[in-house]
Design a protein around this ligand. Structure first.
Ligand code: TXA
Ligand code: MG
Length: 346
């Protein structure tokens, strides 16, 4: 299959019209969102949704998020709409917040992977919403990467993983947030299953106490029941080995420089995921500056693209860990998984 790339800025109408036609005829379309690129199919067509799992090599028991272009569409997807959801939708939609609640009859099993609940989100990205609106159906979409790889935040990353597997990629440029949406379950006490740009603090300010799933900063144990099946799998992994070093900027940089020399002595090509605060310390070493340690959203925005870029020539990537607070929680959640939890405290 030939994969076509259409620019959303130059041809927004043509791209979304072609995309909507493909979605309605049961095909897959990759599209930009403000978080990461999605790989979409008609959310009411079980056979079309099954193609997503095939194209990504995604485990069958990992459910998908339904993307809608207007808030009232949740009524089609949920058994009913709880009050707390209305408050959250009014505050954070459109935006990077996914809400989970009991599913309606209309949602195919392929979307929920057999669960009684379904995840829904209304993206902020204009192209994404235009595509959903023109398709006239909710779009089921995971991130548009091959399963296990870092999520794509640029059209070229989608192409690298999906070339020949899907007919169309709509190129909306780099994604604003760079990490996937916050996933919040509203079944029982509100619980964050995956942290994102809508932080626990932001949610708590609106609805009161919000719990954090236990596996956010630690690996799932084999006997643990997954609240969110996606937490079980190896994630965000480049081919290179990734190490995380936590501690103050200065202590981490010192330790990283030492590790760098050790890996080099072993004949390995090493790269450092650096920050504004530490970049001068790494002079003469290969590094990519992700952003500012005190503004974790800047690190989030560049994490996945940097992992993909460094992976092109590094055997080993060493990254600075930061405090897992505010958006730093989303950053550490993704980074620790990319590293397979290989973390050192400096
Ligand atoms: O920002 C995002 O959320 C992006 C863009 C494309 O919207 N999408 C995304 O989808 O990250 P995906 O499939 O890569 O991640 C969805 C996560 C998975 O961890 C999955 O297990 C979880 O949400 N999930 C989906 N439905 C669920 C449900 N009913 N119960 C628990 N977890 C669910
Ligand atoms: Mg994903």
């Amino acid at each position: 299959m030939q994969t076509m790339l259409i620019s959303a800025s130059a041809q927004a109408e043509a791209g979304t019209s072609m995309g909507a036609d493909l979605i309605r005829s049961g095909e897959l379309v990759a599209f930009p969102t403000e978080t990461v690129y999605g790989l979409g199919a008609n959310g009411f067509d079980g056979d079309a949704v099954a193609r997503i799992f095939e194209a990504k090599g995604r485990p069958q028991d990992n459910p998908l998020i339904m993307h809608v272009s207007k808030k009232s569409d949740v009524k089609l997807l949920w058994a009913h709409v709880p009050k707390v959801a209305v408050t959250l939708m009014d505050t954070f939609w459109p935006g990077p917040l996914t809400l989970i609640f009991n599913r309606s009859e209309r949602v195919p099993d392929e979307v929920t992977a057999g669960l009684d609940t379904v995840a829904v989100r209304m993206p902020q990205d204009r192209t994404a919403r235009l595509l959903i609106q023109k398709a006239g159906v909710p779009i089921a979409a995971p991130s548009a990467n091959l399963s296990g790889r870092p999520s794509p935040t640029r059209a070229e990353d989608v192409l690298a993983d999906m070339d020949g597997r899907i007919p169309l990629i709509i190129d909306g440029g780099p994604c604003r947030y760079g990490v996937e949406s916050t996933v919040l379950s509203l079944v029982g006490k509100p619980t964050i299953l995956r942290p994102g740009a809508v932080t626990r603090e932001m949610l708590a300010a609106v609805i009161g106490e919000v719990q954090l799933a236990s596996s956010i900063l630690s690996p799932m144990r084999d006997n643990e029941v997954a609240a969110s099946p996606g937490m079980k799998y190896k994630h965000y992994s480049p081919n290179a080995e990734v190490y995380v070093v936590t501690g103050s900027a200065q202590a981490a940089a010192k330790r990283i420089a030492m590790m760098y020399r050790e890996f080099e002595a072993q004949g390995k090509t090493c790269m450092i995921a650096a920050t504004e605060q530490t970049k001068n310390f790494y002079r003469g070493k290969s590094c990519e500056v992700l952003g500012d340690r005190s503004r974790p959203e800047t690190l989030c925005a560049n994490l996945f693209s940097a992992l993909r870029d460094m992976d092109k020539y590094a055997d080993v990537i060493i990254a600075e860990g930061i405090d897992a607070e505010d958006e730093g929680l989303a950053y550490m959640n993704r980074l620790l998984r990319a590293a397979g939890f290989k973390v050192e405290r400096a």
